[in-house]
Design a protein around this ligand. Structure first.
Ligand code: ZN
Length: 168
């Protein structure tokens, strides 16, 4: 990945997938009645779109190419954020939703960190580093939420009122 515009084309796709995934996960949390996690996912969807737009704007890039599916260079032939997408449906619980979100952020981070490590282009390296740092923050944030829910279920294992209302 030696071309900043090629890099940005991948970032556009990656962040778009991330935003879509978060919106889908937010919808499933609404079905599940989990208002807090739904709001968190919606906020993450907004961040995905905003961060990318800001980076592109600040860099003054206008030549981001529209790539055909075969022109993308994803590990395993799939966009990293798309990988576990297939598993999302409306019946998943909060722990599964957070796990799917975490997996997406880890793949995103690995993608950018790898480009940062192997690129010979200084401009690409700086931007990949920034995106990798951003993804690392998302990973840490997700881990916090996962820890919160893990604590909840282990400290109140037999309290029926801790179950969200409306679950069969
Ligand atoms: Zn992210």
């Amino acid at each position: 990945m030696e071309d900043i515009n090629l890099f940005l084309a991948h970032a556009v796709e990656l962040e778009r997938e991330a935003a879509r995934r978060y919106e889908e996960l937010a919808d499933s949390m609404r079905t599940d009645g989990n208002v807090a996690v739904e709001a968190f996912f919606r906020q993450m969807a907004v961040f995905s779109r905003k961060h990318l737009a800001l980076a592109v704007e600040r860099g003054g890039f206008r030549q981001i190419p529209a790539l055909t599916p075969t022109e993308y260079v994803w590990p395993d032939g799939l966009s990293p954020e798309q990988f576990d997408w297939i598993g999302v449906d409306c019946m998943i619980d909060v722990n599964n939703a957070l796990a799917i979100a975490l997996d997406g952020e880890r793949r995103g981070h690995a993608f950018y960190a790898n480009i940062e490590a192997i690129t010979g282009d200084p401009e690409v390296r700086v931007m990949a580093q920034e995106f990798a740092a951003e993804e690392a923050e998302h990973v840490a944030e997700l881990e916090k939420w996962i820890g919160r829910y893990a604590t909840q279920s282990s400290t109140r294992p037999s309290d029926p009122t801790s179950e969200p209302a409306g679950r069969a």
